[in-house]
Design a protein around this ligand. Structure first.
Ligand code: SER
Length: 449
């Protein structure tokens, strides 16, 4: 089953059970405390809070998500493990005061074991440690043996969208990729391995958290579930790595064509190819939703992701702009469902090309400076804030790009020194601004890294 077919089966399953299929919301949330839409429930926050009335008590969708900044940030893991992405699709079913724990659990189980025909013995469940109700539903009603249901603390089994907003206990479903993959079930010391992968999170939305951290009950207990399309596709396609699913394989093969690299020839090149495929999706979807590269806020995150991709292109030996040429393959893969991608294709390609060409001009010089700084710092040393600032300001290297280059080395970054150089620059800018006489405010900037 390819990922598009899987998406459709999910919709059909929930539509048959009374859910209305709704479109994905934009990646740019209206919620002020969120940089990007990072979960399926984001567009439903006003309904969960009781501020808006739900036109349908239960809905299903696939939500475009970006986790590359803020509370949920997976940027550093991309390419190095098998299942993180900066952009991914989250399949979800939602109940707004309609059904609660019992049906949410029963639907998820039925979808996985009956509809997808997964072997129940390969599924492992977690519940919030004090949630006896969820524990009993899983063990007594569904019949999952107690040795495959773990009680876990709030870090993993109490889900919050951000520092404030709707939140609640959750129950996660893991898939066991088999003994030939290293790792252990959740709650064990080996849990970070790739063997047991979380595929579905069922959140029992019950509270609203305010700025002081106080939890108030939501008007109606609700359900928010999220299953990564890429992860369930990997399971259904019998591969252990999300980047081996149909969608990524096709993107990677176009990246191979453009770079002349053969996938599988070198582990390092494979990482770069995966990063390119991942970052291409984030960049293209952000542009499709109207974000433009800039040095602030969302545009800065977009620029950082694109520059990281450019550097990986350089690692693969590309001297000229080429990422924009991969957009067409992405549109073929995903433009059927996400029409905005198709409609904006020309713009997306143009902006990526301009950004790439601009950055390529300073990339080599910046890389030389990093090399020099590494040799000056020596093993176990630190790159001074002033150098980080020059890299940022003169060569367009966001600090997370420099950090990405140094990943795995024993060299530190003087972030405090960098911040004070940034502050000095802001002061200089303010002093130079003689303009209107209005007080000029420091610009909001997304913290690097
Ligand atoms: N909001 C939950 C999550 O993102 C479930 O959809 O994991």
């Amino acid at each position: 089953m390819n990922s598009s077919e899987l998406r459709q089966s999910f919709f059909d399953f929930f539509a048959d059970r009374g859910h209305t299929v709704v479109p994905s919301a934009s990646l740019l949330p209206s919620s002020p405390n969120l940089l990007f839409t990072n979960a399926g429930m984001t567009q439903f926050v006003p309904i969960l809070r009781g501020e808006n009335k739900a036109s349908n008590p239960s809905v299903t969708d696939t939500q475009k998500c970006i986790r590359a900044g803020g509370k949920h940030n997976d940027l550093e893991d991309v390419g190095f493990d098998t299942y993180h992405h900066t952009f991914f699709e989250m399949l979800g079913n939602f109940s707004f005061g309609d059904y609660f724990k019992h049906d949410a659990i029963a639907y998820a189980w039925e979808f996985l074991t009956v509809e997808m025909k997964l072997d129940a013995e390969r599924l492992f469940i977690t519940v919030f440690e004090e949630d006896d109700e969820a524990y009993d539903i899983w063990t007594k009603e569904i019949g999952v043996p107690a040795d495959r249901v773990a009680r876990i603390g709030a870090k993993d089994n109490f889900w919050s969208m951000g520092d404030t907003g709707p939140c609640g206990r959750c129950s996660e479903i893991f898939f066991d990729h088999g003994a030939d993959v290293w790792g252990g079930p959740p709650g064990t010391p080996e849990e970070d391995g790739d063997r047991y992968i979380e595929i579905w999170n069922l959140v029992f939305m019950q509270y609203d958290r305010n700025e002081e951290g106080v939890l108030t009950p939501l008007p109606k207990p609700s359900v928010d579930t999220g299953m990564g399309l890429e992860r369930i596709s990997a399971v259904m396609q019998g591969v252990h790595n999300n980047y081996d699913i149909d969608l990524f394989k096709n993107l990677i093969s176009v990246a191979c064509r453009e770079t002349g690299i053969v996938f599988g020839d070198s582990a390092e090149a494979d990482v770069s190819l995966r990063v390119l495929a991942d970052h291409l999706r984030s960049v293209a979807f952000l542009l499709a939703d109207g974000v433009l590269p800039s040095n602030e806020g969302r545009g800065f995150v977009l620029r950082r992701i694109l520059r990281r991709a450019c550097r990986h292109g350089r690692l693969l030996g590309k001297q000229e702009a080429f990422i924009y040429k991969l957009v067409d393959a992405l549109v073929k893969e995903m433009g059927g469902h996400f029409v905005e991608l198709r409609e904006m294709q020309g713009n997306i390609e143009q902006v990526i090309r301009i950004e790439e060409e601009r950055f390529i001009k300073t990339l080599d010089k910046g890389l030389k400076l990093v090399e020099q700084a590494v040799s000056d710092a020596g093993e176990g040393g630190t790159i001074p804030g002033k150098t980080l600032f020059t890299l940022y300001d003169t060569f367009g290297f966001p600090t997370d790009l420099t950090a990405d280059i140094l990943k795995g080395s024993n060299i530190g970054l003087d972030m405090e020194g960098f911040e004070s150089c940034m502050e000095e620059q802001r002061t200089r800018e303010r002093a130079a601004w003689g303009g209107s006489g209005d007080a000029s405010l420091p610009k909001a900037r997304v913290e690097p890294g």
